[in-house]
Design a protein around this ligand. Sequence first.
Ligand SMILES: C[S@@+](CC[C@H](N)C(=O)[O-])C[C@H]1O[C@@H](n2cnc3c(N)ncnc32)[C@H](O)[C@@H]1O
Length: 287
Amino acid sequence: MHQDDRHLLSSSFGAAAAAYAEHRPDYAQTAVRWALEHAPGPRVLDLGAGTGKLTATLLALGAEVIAVEPDPAMLAELRRTLPAVRALPGSAEAIPLADASVDAVLAGNAMHWFDMDVAGPEMARVLAPAGVLAGLWNVMDDQVDWVAGLASVSGSAAIGPRDTPVSWRAETADMHRPKSGAAAQFRTPEQGEFPHGQRRTADSLVATLATRAGMLVMPAQEQQAAQRRIRAYLADRPETASGEFTLPMRTCVLRVRRPKPSSTAPPDEQTRAETSFGRVPSGTPIV
Ligand SMILES: C[S@@+](CC[C@H](N)C(=O)[O-])C[C@H]1O[C@@H](n2cnc3c(N)ncnc32)[C@H](O)[C@@H]1O
């Protein structure tokens, strides 16, 4: 993707901050617990926190959360809905926190916007030794027939790169690495998927899709045409035609760890601390 397009897309969310807060899903708690399984303590930075969807899930799990978000409108919405959370302006490339001040950095549907050449060292700086970095993505489950159909009627506006379990896995496997080929700050990448869902109506699903970057930057006419196609499709499908339905989703996680500087143990053995966020689900993730 060209740098200008990337910037346009990554900064498109603020224009729809209130709709974003109303319609976007939270994250599966099982996924967030798994992301934090090896965190050496309870301090979590939610980076690219947006309106606070992941922040709220983290709070529910008892984490001590600090939220950082570059977009003023998204940050204002987060501060309005979660007034007790310490929420700061900043970005992955310039994090307004002290060295080694958090045990985990989590990014919900945001890590793909980070410039990892700059953000990698910056996230490593704020992490305590053996701290954890995890990217989480809510993806629509296109193994389900009607969801796959939705993709074909709406095009990339609704389901695009990283938005299905298959594309997500390939596209995020190396996301923690600098694109320049510089040394990675993290190791032991692992990926996991956790079932999730969101109660929707046709109206609220259309509204949710309208908060996606692909849709936000479309010319109004194209946007309306895509929304008409989606509505017609949902009205036609038995699963979605009458009232409320559950949108089948998965919360997908890429987790990596910061090595302990002096450790000689193999990476997998370095951070077996008990998680403070509850029991990690057995049998999951789907790998
Ligand atoms: C799809 S939204 C996700 C928001 C929130 N984490 C959630 O789960 O709902 C992506 C967020 O990443 C933020 N973002 C974009 N570029 C960023 C960067 N370089 N550093 C930190 N956040 C960034 C955007 O402003 C936006 O709020």
